[in-house]
Ligand binder design. Structure first.
Ligand code: HMG
Ligand code: MG
Length: 301
């Protein structure tokens, strides 16, 4: 396989990683986590979500977290926004980039954001226009692209058409997302073939959860398709409160270990990232899912 020289990692640990944790992580610990992640050289950190605190109480302190972090010049600090109220809060917090989140499954869309796919895209059209007017780039997530916890399989052509509609709204990149970690290397090419017929590779990212242990294999499978951006979460934390059965994200630790081994640059220090993972691991009530993080911690004992 011809490997790319460089891969861009979008770190989603402070958002996807913490939004579903039972333990209540304090605002100051979230700030410390983001600062430690920044020290590893990550190019993008999704810091929090300006969603309804009634729906996701773990993200209620998004504004306070943004106010407390030390921003590094080479790192972009982003956040989820579901609506105009979220965008207003994000702009007030000085967020540099926002992300909207749609789904390919109707049922998941209603469970996660209480809107149909069509209604959510109409809402996001306004959010994107307002964000652009405020000078903020917008990223788009497309959840349940590889399968839905309520509806099962998703037709790749349907996934591609929702991805294209997100691009038409003006998002610069669509993160095609495996919300429940069900994708495998036999399926990834089928979904990518369909999506790439509508959206060029440089405007796609992949967002894998590792519920079934296939996330790293999925990344390797996606490289020959020209995908160069992958989302990952420090320590492998993660999961969506509205997606039953979703486990942690692809672990940033595991991803960097593999890419370092392949000689693919990420610009991220695995040693520094491991310190950030260990820090957040000490603030939650279960072991970190990342295999690399587990090995790193037992080597330090
Ligand atoms: P709703 O209940 O239909 O809307 O929620 P609403 O307008 O009636 O709002 C309900 C209450 O929340 C109201 O307060 C609003 O003011 C307030 P009340 O009048 O009852 O006191 N509210 C807000 N407060 C602060 N900030 C806001 C905001 N919006 C409303 N932005 C809504 C609709 C979209 C708001 C809700 O469903 C929601 O917030 N959903 C977010 C769910 C979520 O965060 N899920 C996890 C992230 S997505 C994910 O993990 C997948 C991803 O990782 C990719 C993948 O893996 O697939 C990205
Ligand atoms: Mg996710």
């Amino acid at each position: 396989m011809t490997l790319p020289r460089r891969i861009r990692i979008v770190e989603v640990g402070p958002r996807d990683g913490l939004q579903n944790e039972r333990a209540s992580v304090s605002t100051s610990d979230k700030i410390e986590f983001v600062n430690r992640l920044s020290a590893s050289g990550l190019p993008v950190i999704e810091v929090s979500a300006f969603v309804s605190p009634k729906w996701v109480p773990q993200m209620a302190d998004a504004s306070e977290v943004f106010a407390g972090i030390n921003r590094q010049p080479d790192t972009k600090y982003t956040a989820l926004v579901p609506n105009q109220a979220g965008l207003d809060r994000a702009i007030a917090a000085g967020v540099e980039e926002v992300a909207v989140f749609a789904a390919s499954s109707e049922t998941f869309s209603r469970r996660n954001i209480n809107q149909s796919i069509d209604a959510s895209l109409a809402n996001y059209a306004l959010v994107c226009a307002q964000a652009r007017a405020a000078g903020l780039p917008v990223r788009g997530y497309l959840s349940t692209a590889f399968g839905c916890p309520f509806e099962g399989a998703m037709a790749p052509d349907h996934v591609a058409s929702v991805a294209a509609r997100l691009i038409d709204l003006g998002v610069y990149e669509v993160a095609v997302s495996d919300t429940i970690g069900i994708a495998h290397p036999g399926q990834v090419p089928r979904v990518l073939d369909a999506v790439l017929a509508r959206v060029p590779a440089e405007r796609l990212a992949l967002h894998f959860h590792d519920t079934r242990g296939t996330a790293l294999a999925n990344v390797l499978t996606a490289l020959p398709f020209g995908i160069r951006t992958f989302d990952a979460s420090a320590g492998g934390l993660g999961g969506c409160p509205y997606a039953p059965g979703a486990a942690g994200n692809l672990a940033t630790d595991d991803l960097i270990y593999m890419l370092d081994g392949l000689g693919v640059e990420t610009g991220v220090s695995l040693a520094a990232l491991s310190e950030a993972s260990a820090f957040i691991g000490s603030r939650i009530d279960h072991p970190l899912p990342s295999k690399y993080a587990q090995a790193w911690q037992s080597a330090r004992r």
